[in-house]
Design a protein around this ligand. Structure first.
Ligand SMILES: Cc1cc2nc3c(=O)[nH]c(=O)nc-3n(C[C@H](O)[C@H](O)[C@H](O)COP(=O)(O)OP(=O)(O)OC[C@H]3O[C@@H](n4cnc5c(N)ncnc54)[C@H](O)[C@@H]3O)c2cc1C
Length: 408
């Protein structure tokens, strides 16, 4: 195709990260919708072990959606179930124990390395064969009229569609070009991420230890490995990252204890500055934001990606319904339904994770005593515990069909 000619589709998705690709997989084949995804990275670069190093806790409801849209089969072998979560407060003997058995046989969720999630999504897209993936390429400019959105790419390609979706992550260029402002702040914390192997089994138990600088999470992966998310003071993080592997492991083991036996690094270390951001609007003329382009939260509860998955499930349902009825999928009414459904829910979760981080990253004695009383109360009240378990599994609230495992 000549470079000055627009490539036309029904939906352009800018950003083929975990959320953009999930949205594309869910929309593929819906009422003949033609989808184009653009990502700055090639699939090889985005699935390389040196790319990200992060793993994600996928809530049970998110797993049901990935299964319903045909993606789970391509990552199931790499997924480790989370059957229990143990939460402890510093050196306190008290700990809170969430067991999947309190609500049924199914696990609370699964841990999967991000590169395997992306790999599974690429494989499903390939299998569908109806989504056009343009990668590597970048959005350079965008134009919107009452009828269509046009995206100009660095390669010179020009794409046009009645709807453009920004799934381009935290620093979303789509969001900036659309002039959508965010409320945001930085935490004085950095998330240091590493994968370790260990000599003793983890028994599918996730551990979250609240230490004064922030939480230290030990999350079960396949093959006797665990993913660590160590929340450190932002000032100290560069020094921790500069430690030799041996010294780093010594610090890790001091925080973990030896319940997993001897621990060795099983990949590179990564650090992520932590912050919260929230877009003032999720939609605009011929445009919608999704995933981290719309919101980013503290990883304390492992919910950022799951929030994005819930956005995907809602948007897929709304767009599929509109297409089925022959309505304009980029119309204001249709997009406002999405914003109304998702924004308040996400705002609530952002506030809860922010509050939890402030409560637990605090070493003042009255605060410590109060939260230990809180932990003990939750521990002794089975209905309250069940409530938290259902939230961790993502099975509460007005769920889009895909999150209940039903097709749209
Ligand atoms: C330490 C840490 C641990 C976490 N753990 C969990 C967890 O256990 N569970 C959980 O639910 N969440 C977790 N999260 C949050 C989760 O990682 C994010 O919410 C998720 O990655 C967001 O996915 P996304 O696809 O929206 O954005 P991204 O992953 O940022 O993807 C955006 C994509 O857009 C592309 N892009 C950007 N700009 C352009 C452009 N101009 N043109 C074309 N393409 C572009 C990029 O190449 C990228 O592929 C964690 C976060 C951190 C920091």
């Amino acid at each position: 195709m000549a470079k000055n000619q627009d490539m036309v589709s029904d939906i352009i998705i800018i950003g083929g990260g975990m959320i953009g690709l999930t949205l594309a997989c869910g929309l593929a084949g819906q009422e003949g919708l033609e989808i184009t995804v653009v990502d700055a990275l090639s699939p090889d670069a985005a699935t390389d072990s040196g790319f990200d190093g992060r793993s994600s806790a996928i809530a049970y409801a998110s797993y049901r959606m990935l299964d319903a849209i045909g993606v789970w089969q391509y990552m199931a072998d790499e997924a480790e179930p989370i059957r229990e979560i143990r939460v402890s407060d510093g050196d306190s003997k008290l700990f809170l124990h969430f067991d999947h058995a309190a609500v049924g046989d199914e696990p609370l969720g699964f841990m999967v390395e991000n590169r395997h999630i992306r790999k599974g999504l690429f494989r499903r897209l390939e299998e569908c064969g109806t989504v056009k993936l343009i990668a590597p390429d970048r959005l350079e400019s965008m134009d919107r009229t009452p009828y269509a959105a046009t995206a100009k790419l660095a390669s010179g390609l020009s794409l046009r569609a009645p709807l453009l979706i920004g799934a381009d992550g935290r620093g979303s260029f789509v969001r900036r070009l659309a002039g959508i402002r965010t409320s945001q702040w930085r935490y004085d914390q950095t998330g240091i991420v590493a994968t370790v192997s260990h000599t003793l089994p983890h028994h599918d138990i996730a551990h979250e230890r609240f230490l004064p600088p922030g939480p230290f999470a030990i999350l079960p992966l396949s093959e006797n490995r665990s993913s660590l998310v160590w929340t450190a003071d932002a000032d100290l993080a560069p020094h921790i990252m500069a430690l030799s592997d041996r010294a780093f492991l010594g610090e890790v083991q001091r925080r973990m204890g030896n319940f997993l036996g001897d621990v060795a690094l099983a990949g590179p270390r990564f650090s992520h500055p932590l912050g919260l951001h929230f877009a003032e609007h999720y939609v605009g003329q011929r445009l919608a934001l999704i995933g981290d382009a719309a919101h980013g939260i503290h990883p304390i509860a492992g919910q950022g990606l799951n929030m994005g998955f819930r956005d995907c499930a809602a948007l897929i349902e709304i767009l599929a319904d509109a297409a089925r009825l022959g309505l304009d999928i980029g119309d204001k009414t249709c997009l406002e339904r999405y914003e109304k459904w998702r924004r308040t829910d996400n705002l609530l979760l952002a506030a809860v994770t922010d509050g939890l981080n402030r409560l637990f990253s605090n070493d003042l004695t009255p605060v410590r005593v109060a939260r230990d009383i809180g932990l003990a109360a939750v521990h002794r009240l089975p209905p309250l515990k069940k409530f938290f378990i259902q939230h961790a599994r993502g099975t509460v609230g007005r769920l889009p069909k895909l999150l209940t495992g039903r097709p749209v």
